[in-house]
Design a protein around this ligand. Structure first.
Ligand code: AVJ
Length: 342
């Protein structure tokens, strides 16, 4: 068989990642880094990039803009639930009057939690607020805001990976962990289970985890939350390419890709993609590699699971929790779920 025929017989996947001959071969990136995840994801079929890389400085600012969009209901609905049901939540998540260590996993800008803490203090709780985040800047901003708006609340931030910085429980304190914003929905099923099990390992009987979860609803409503006419979500999605250009020396032309959002009501999953508008090849100086795109080929960049009650109950029970209170907005289905460590 001649060489040309052999080349034709190569599997298509092998042709999608072209190793160029760099002056020096790039060292294999370490697992858990952007370089590693981009290399793996862009070599895969279909291509994917992890959504956790959305949140650089510009991405975080764009996400704050998303949270103010008229169509992005989760933030507003969750904030209203926390405001309206703060006392019920306190009674469910931390019955009795032991002092509470409130651990917020991923702190965001803290406005929802500010309302919650104010209500809990007013209800007589003894409370220390421990926002956890990998971004020191986010924690600084949050700390300053809390000091201004709720000076009576002790705030002790924890910077780093949740499970590496998780504080050792104190005998007389109850830990209440908060994981809001339907952030759990970005995980695959397997990742969500693993995450919940790891949280459970750190808690003791009597402690609890409060989840904020977006629920299944009219597909039009969900889709509109991920495909705004203002184009903010598109900019948020495309910013991932700008980040790869900066951090991996890539040459993506963001205008050569388009944001595409979908919602599958059967699986209850919203998905976001970047669609290549032409056949093109993109290079990375850092990786010493090129990646080929067909016209219309997609990079899968995010999934947001929408839940239903039975599924949540099965999931939290499989992870060692008992499902406690389920506080739901009926108009725009969204729930605060108290998961009790037993
Ligand atoms: C912060 C992950 C919950 O999935 O709804 C918003 C992020 N992506 N619009 C979500 C997001 C596009 C958001 N989470």
């Amino acid at each position: 068989m001649n060489r040309a025929r052999q080349a034709l017989r190569q599997p298509v996947a092998a042709m999608h990642r072209v190793r160029e001959a760099p002056a020096q071969p790039a060292p294999a990136p370490l697992p858990g880094t952007l370089a590693h995840d981009a290399l793996t994801g862009l070599s895969a079929q279909p291509k994917r990039l992890p959504s956790k890389y959305f949140y650089d400085t510009r991405g975080s600012r764009l996400f704050e803009q998303i949270m103010r969009l008229p169509g992005y209901y989760p933030t507003r609905v969750e904030a209203a639930l926390l405001r309206t049901h703060a006392e019920a939540l306190l009674a469910e998540a931390a019955p009795g009057d032991a002092p509470i260590e409130l651990l917020e996993l991923g702190c965001g800008d803290g406005s929802k939690t500010l309302t919650l803490c104010r209500a809990w203090l007013k209800a007589g709780a003894t409370l220390v607020y421990r926002p956890m985040d990998i971004s020191p800047q986010a924690l600084d901003r949050l700390g300053a805001r809390m000091a201004r708006q709720l000076p009576l609340l002790p705030v002790r931030p924890l910077c780093g990976d949740y499970f590496q910085t998780w504080p050792i429980p104190q005998a007389h304190r109850r830990q209440v962990a908060l994981f809001l914003g339907s952030n759990l929905g970005n995980f695959t099923d397997a990742e969500a289970h693993r995450f919940l099990r790891r949280v459970r390992v750190h808690l003791r009987p009597g402690d609890s985890l409060v989840l904020g979860l977006d629920l299944r609803k009219d597909p039009h409503t969900v889709l509109a939350a991920y495909d705004d006419p203002e184009g903010v979500t598109a900019a948020f999605n495309l910013n991932l390419l700008t980040r790869l250009n900066r951090e991996l020396g890539m040459d993506f032309a963001p205008e050569a890709f388009r944001h595409y959002a979908s919602y599958c009501p059967l699986q209850g999953v919203a998905r976001s993609y970047l669609v290549s508008q032409a056949q093109q090849t993109v290079h990375s100086r850092v990786l010493g590699l090129a990646f080929h795109f067909e016209a219309g080929e997609v990079i899968h960049t995010e999934q947001s699971q929408k839940y239903e009650r039975a599924g949540v109950q099965a999931m939290v029970e499989a992870c060692g929790f008992a499902m406690g209170a389920w506080i739901e907005d009926r108009a725009l289905p969204y729930a605060l779920v108290v998961c009790r460590a037993e």
